[in-house]
Design a protein around this ligand. Structure first.
Ligand SMILES: [Zn+2]
Length: 284
């Protein structure tokens, strides 16, 4: 019999602007920017107690930044960004004003200004923990994930999300790189215990989630190759109409990007010919 007061297995509903503890070292505050591309909103993580790293301050939303600063105060030493998409970094400026923290990311781009760049394997060393950067191009060429070794937790940004798959939008998005990095994350040592995504709930079965992602992409690639084989020569538009029958109209441009990303990968492998988002594609 289940105990109705025991809700351990049910993720708590996401409430904007309120810090929730995910582990001894990690708290999450969700920005109030829910939407088609952001799920319940952007997750901002505070890692550490005495010295804090903030991962992805999210949009430039004063209430959200006040909540982060209220939670960490001058113990916030570092602000890091997983990548430079607009739902993740514009809050940097306001949070730096509030805390004086050092800003770190893979590079300065899209309007993000940084104090120091982080590359693959670089460490942020606090008194109680170490956070390791993992360069994971795919969703964005400057995407970083972070591993909190002490808790075997991966902060996955938009490389892995809870509740949906990820949009890969060429040319900055790259499907081959994306899949390669998924495989790499799967093989990380120490083995991951959980994944804290950029959007959605904590993922408690990391290997199963990554496998699900890999299988989904493999299936999609197979469907695209099959569609090309059947049609001989076809367009991305036609492939999207064929494969994304249940997708709402306003998401179809995203689907087209993803199909394009698959086709670019297949082209690099010498399996298809074609070039642009709008244009003919064929099997070789
Ligand atoms: Zn995002």
């Amino acid at each position: 019999m289940t105990d109705p007061t025991d809700d351990n297995d049910v993720p708590k509903p996401i409430v904007h602007g309120v810090a929730s503890a995910l582990s001894p070292l990690v708290r999450r505050i969700v920005a109030n920017n829910p939407g088609m591309m952001t799920g319940p909103g952007t997750n901002t993580y505070l890692v550490g107690i005495d010295e804090i790293v903030v991962i992805d301050p999210g949009p430039a939303d004063a209430a959200h930044l006040d909540a982060i600063a209220g939670c960490g105060g001058d113990r916030i030493r570092w602000i890091v960004c997983t990548h430079t998409h607009v739902d993740h970094f514009p809050g940097v400026t306001g949070l730096k004003e509030r805390t004086g923290a050092e800003v770190l990311a893979f590079d300065a781009r899209d309007g993000l200004e940084i104090d120091r760049s982080l590359g693959d394997g670089d460490l942020i060393e606090a008194t109680e923990f170490v956070l390791r950067a993992v360069h994971t191009p795919g969703h964005a060429s400057n995407h970083l994930c972070f591993v909190l070794e002490q808790e075997r937790m991966l902060f996955s940004g938009d490389h892995i999300m809870e509740g949906s798959t990820v949009v890969i939008r060429p040319p900055d998005g790259d499907m081959a790189a994306y899949l390669e990095q998924l495989e790499r994350l799967k093989g990380l040592r120490p083995r991951l215990r959980s994944i804290a995504p950029g959007h959605g709930h904590l993922i408690e079965q990391p290997a199963a989630k990554i496998d699900e992602y890999l299988q989904h992409r493999a299936m999609r690639e197979e469907q695209i190759v099959e569609a090309l084989r059947t049609a001989g020569t076809t367009t991305i538009d036609a492939i999207v109409k064929l494969l994304y029958t249940d997708t709402p109209d306003d998401l179809l441009p995203m689907a087209a990007s993803t199909v394009w990303a698959h086709l670019r990968k297949l082209k690099d492998e010498g399996r298809v010919s074609g070039h642009e988002l709008e244009g003919d594609w064929a099997v070789v």
